[in-house]
Design a protein around this ligand. Structure first.
Ligand code: SF4
Length: 895
């Protein structure tokens, strides 16, 4: 500690603080403009100057360390005169048009000019109004409002790691070279808007900000509805309409947002094509007709009861919505179990991370991310990223990985494509799609041969080591090089880098899970981590980045055919007895049918009635023609959704769903963190909460379910689910951040799992052998097709497709192919081509580059004008029943 004097008072402060920080700790405010803690501490604006006894010149307090014995004046006449001069100089270049400025009322410069009594500059004006950049649909740069503080440039470089915002020059004036001009689509700018958030004036500003005055809106803290990063933000609401999003400093996003969260998360709520009342299909005309709630719910109840009576309860099934809150998913599965009388309930994790749920539960005892996002992107030595492209699928995680790499963390990227992060990687293993198990076995081969395994950890905490050791000894780098089409030396380098790093998490995603051997791929990830003892520790672990915002929660809530809430097994008689007692009904003891098997069962007429809550399997599931046939085969299909989807066309009854902005509840993000979702706008007309619909239907089907609020539903969940035992809306509303397991009302939650002991007791080395993908390229279909997500859209585009700016950036289907292949087929970049698999044909646009290897291709699955799932293969993994989206054989033809 050191002793300093500020404005005549003595303080004892920590050594190493800047004067600004020391003053702040002593509750003394020093004004700043360019300062951004940890990001921009350059003293450029000179507003934070202070006077130090014995020094002739003023010093900038943001980047001058406090020293023992220092006597500091923060408000001396010399200081105040200097600050007024600074403001005069700034205003000489600043167009004072506060009435039309979107930042008015929240502008730091406006605040300071008022505080220091400066209305206009005493110097001659100079402006750059003709250099406004406004072509980007979300962001504008007004150079005449720019004070050149560098906060935006530092944020783009150091915080988002995007590095597209630079300093430019006009004559002798430095201006920001913002990539928002006519060529905005061609730049690398992600339109994340974090630069605009950092701007203290209205120079760099989101266009939405011009639509409202700060004092005339309410701000509702909630959770982003797109990916499972779980970013926290405020919905800005004016007159029951959401007009903007402002970031909050949540545990997983730390004040950052991506383009989808900031700009693509509310237009859809107010979209004119929202479903607003129930619809029943007229069997004669095939048209949907408006119905009352009584007509719709009575029809559903009578049809489902009839199917149940004639064919038994297992002829019914229900899918939960992974975009909806935990409370909705819990009530949906309760409706299926208690009123339908079956365990045929599932959610879309089946087609994304069911392999993680199954695989990690088998090897570790819990099928979820082991460590928090901040922990695995913070102070770590090495990150191994396998089959994951977080810059596009989980952008705020991607930003944090870029920050880590900039700090010196080493990066291993294992991916068949050149993803953005592979440019920054120390090693990029560009392996053949579908060879993850061989890759992992090769890594373990090197680690064991180099004697880098953690013998003590293996002995104390695991089982099955000798068996896996025997298997991986056969996977020499040379053999793995042949299987994976990689350089054996790169594999050696990656293995040594990962094993020798003290803190090194594995982060993986759908490139590992979406295979016919996806569960074995997942277990290979835990095999590698256990081998080097990197589990149950900070900065380590096995970390699946879950897809949709609440896909973790939908699984946690028991929207799974074999699990009640909290992964309590349907096959366990004690669990059944507990739920029978609590729910007051005799439950079906037979594990249900997985969602991906429901379609085959529908074609075979084993399943006849289906309730789909917020899913669009025609668009999202593999082999679209198979899905259409299954839906046509059903006796009765009910859909509860926001919009008239592709799947809705097959429904007998459509119910209007409610969005995340219209209800209370919680989402569980990818790191098991349960976070609040809050109602920001009220429902229109006769729309009802989804939980009210389920409760009403349960009663009409004869199961007496009392009316419950979202908070009461969470209390019921907590009473029946040990891992959620201590979670309540009340604790979350008090600001507590809880990651399950959270056992009771005093439990702080569990940021890192498997500390000291695995959930299953001993960690299990699964003896995984490499098995090739179900469909291999051949003479007729010579290319491998992979599918995935892009930054600007989420899954079916139901939400992002209703934000015009996102569609302007990426609005159409495309296929990436290698330059060599394109040349052989005479295909040019941007040309329309035909792509076919054994299951279907589509037309799309070629994007020719080196991103994919020769004989490999890649498509996003968001776009209806060439939906990749017309082509994909529904070959299912034996454990998790996940389809092989990542490998199917296709042919490409010039049109
Ligand atoms: Fe939303 Fe995911 Fe973007 Fe965060 S990273 S703002 S959760 S889409």
């Amino acid at each position: 500690m050191i002793n300093i004097t500020i404005d005549g008072n003595k303080y004892e402060v920590e050594e190493g603080l800047t004067i600004l920080e020391a003053a702040k700790n002593a509750d003394i405010r020093i004004p700043t403009l360019c300062y951004l803690k940890g990001v921009n501490e350059i003293g450029a604006c000179k507003m934070c100057v202070v006077e130090i006894e014995g020094k002739e010149n003023l010093v900038t307090s943001c980047n001058t360390k406090a020293k023992d014995g220092m006597v500091i004046e923060t408000m001396s006449s010399k200081v105040m005169k200097s600050r007024r001069e600074v403001l005069n100089l700034i205003l000489a270049h600043h167009d004072v048009r506060c009435i039309s400025c979107g930042k008015s009322g929240e502008c730091t410069l406006q605040d300071l000019t008022r505080e220091y009594g400066i209305e206009t500059s005493k110097y001659e004006k100079s402006t750059h109004g003709d250099l406004v950049k406004k072509d980007n649909p979300f962001l504008t740069y007004y150079p005449e409002l720019c004070i050149n503080c560098q906060r935006c440039v530092s944020t783009c470089n150091k915080v988002t790691g995007n590095r597209t915002l630079k300093n430019g020059k006009i004559g002798t004036t430095t201006l920001i070279d913002a990539p928002f001009g006519p060529d905005w689509k061609e730049t690398d700018c992600e339109s994340c808007g974090n630069c605009a958030e950092a701007c203290p004036t209205g120079a760099l500003i989101a266009k939405n900000r011009r639509k409202y005055q700060p004092g005339r809106v309410k701000k509702v803290l909630t959770t982003c509805p797109h990916c499972a990063t779980g970013c926290q933000y405020y919905l800005v609401v004016r007159d029951n309409v959401i007009v903007d999003v402002e970031p909050a400093n949540g545990p997983s996003n730390k004040g950052l947002l991506c383009v989808k969260g900031r700009f693509g998360s509310f237009n859809f709520v107010h979209s004119p094509d929202r479903l607003k009342y129930p619809l029943i299909k007229n069997k004669e005309t095939g048209e949907f007709e408006r119905a009352t709630w009584d007509e719709a719910l009575d029809l559903i109840a009578s049809k489902f009861l009839q199917i149940k009576k004639e064919y038994g309860p297992d002829a019914l099934a229900g899918f939960a919505c992974s975009r909806s809150p935990n409370e909705d998913c819990y009530m949906l599965q309760k409706m299926v179990r208690c009123a339908f009388g079956t365990n045929n309930v599932d959610n879309c994790a089946r087609v994304c991370h069911s392999a993680s749920v199954a695989g990690l539960a088998m090897t570790l005892g819990s099928g979820a991310m082991t460590n928090p996002i901040g922990d695995i992107t913070g102070d770590v030595d090495c990150i191994m990223l396998v089959g994951s492209n977080p810059e596009e699928a989980h952008p705020v995680v991607g930003m944090q990985i870029r920050q880590a790499v900039a700090r010196g963390t080493r990066l291993i990227v294992v991916d068949p494509r050149d993803i953005g992060l592979s440019k920054q990687a120390d090693v990029h293993i560009k392996l053949k799609p579908g060879t993850n198990v061989a890759f992992a076995n090769g890594m373990m081969n090197v680690i064991i041969n180099e004697n880098l395994q953690d013998d003590e950890f293996i002995k104390e905490r695991t089982e099955g080591y000798e068996e896996i050791k025997k298997i991986v000894m056969d996977y020499t780098p040379e053999k793995v090089g042949e299987i994976c089409h990689i350089d054996p030396d790169l594999l050696r380098e990656a293995a040594l880098m990962y094993a020798k790093a003290k803190k090194a998490p594995i982060i993986y995603c759908l490139g590992v899970t979406e295979h016919s051997t996806g569960t074995e791929g997942v277990m290979s990830m835990s095999n590698m981590a256990m081998l080097v003892g990197k589990l149950g520790k900070s900065g380590c672990g096995v970390n699946p980045l879950r897809g949709q915002n609440n896909v973790q929660g939908a699984c946690d809530m028991g929207a799974l055919p074999g699990d009640f809430p909290g992964y309590q097994k349907v096959t366990n008689p004690d669990v059944i007895a507990k739920f029978e007692k609590a729910w007051g009904v005799e439950l079906n003891k037979k594990p249900g049918t997985h969602a991906t098997d429901v379609f085959g069962a529908a074609i075979r007429k084993e399943i006849r009635g289906l309730f789909i809550f917020g899913e669009d399997p025609v668009v999202t599931d593999a082999d679209q023609n198979h899905i259409r046939k299954a839906l046509e085969s059903l006796d009765f299909l009910v859909l509860d959704d926001l919009f008239m989807t592709e799947t809705a066309q097959y429904a007998d009854v459509i119910l209007p769903g409610t969005s995340y902005a219209e209800k209370e509840g919680t989402f569980s993000n990818t790191e098991r963190r349960v976070q609040r979702v809050r109602k920001a706008v009220s429902l229109e007309g006769e729309m009802r909460l989804d939980t009210d619909i389920f409760i009403d239907l349960m009663n009409r089907m004869g199961y007496p379910q009392p009316q419950l609020t979202s908070e009461e539903i969470m209390d019921e969940i907590a009473s029946l689910t040990p891992s959620f035992g201590g979670i309540s809306h009340r604790r979350l509303d008090r600001g507590e951040s809880l990651q399950w397991p959270c056992l009771d009302a005093k439990h702080p939650g569990t940021p890192i799992m498997h500390v000291g002991k695995f959930t299953r007791g001993l960690g299990w080395f699964y003896p995984a052998e490499y098995v090739p993908s179900a469909e291999q390229p051949d003479d007729e279909y010579p290319f491998i097709l992979m599918t995935g997500r892009i930054l600007y859209h989420y899954n079916t585009r139901a939400m992002t497709g209703r934000t015009p700016g996102l569609m302007m950036k990426e609005g159409h289907s495309f296929i990436e192919m290698n330059t060599e292949d394109a040349a052989k087929l005479g295909i040019e970049n941007g040309e329309k081509i035909r792509v076919s698999s054994r299951r279907g044909t589509l037309t799309t646009t070629a994007r020719v580059s080196e991103k994919v290897s020769p004989k490999e291709t890649w498509m996003p699955f968001h776009f209806p004008d060439g939906n990749a799932n017309i082509l994909t293969n529904a070959a299912l993994d034996k454990y998790a029943r996940i389809p092989e989206y990542k490998v199917c054989a296709v042919k490409i033809e010039k049109i």
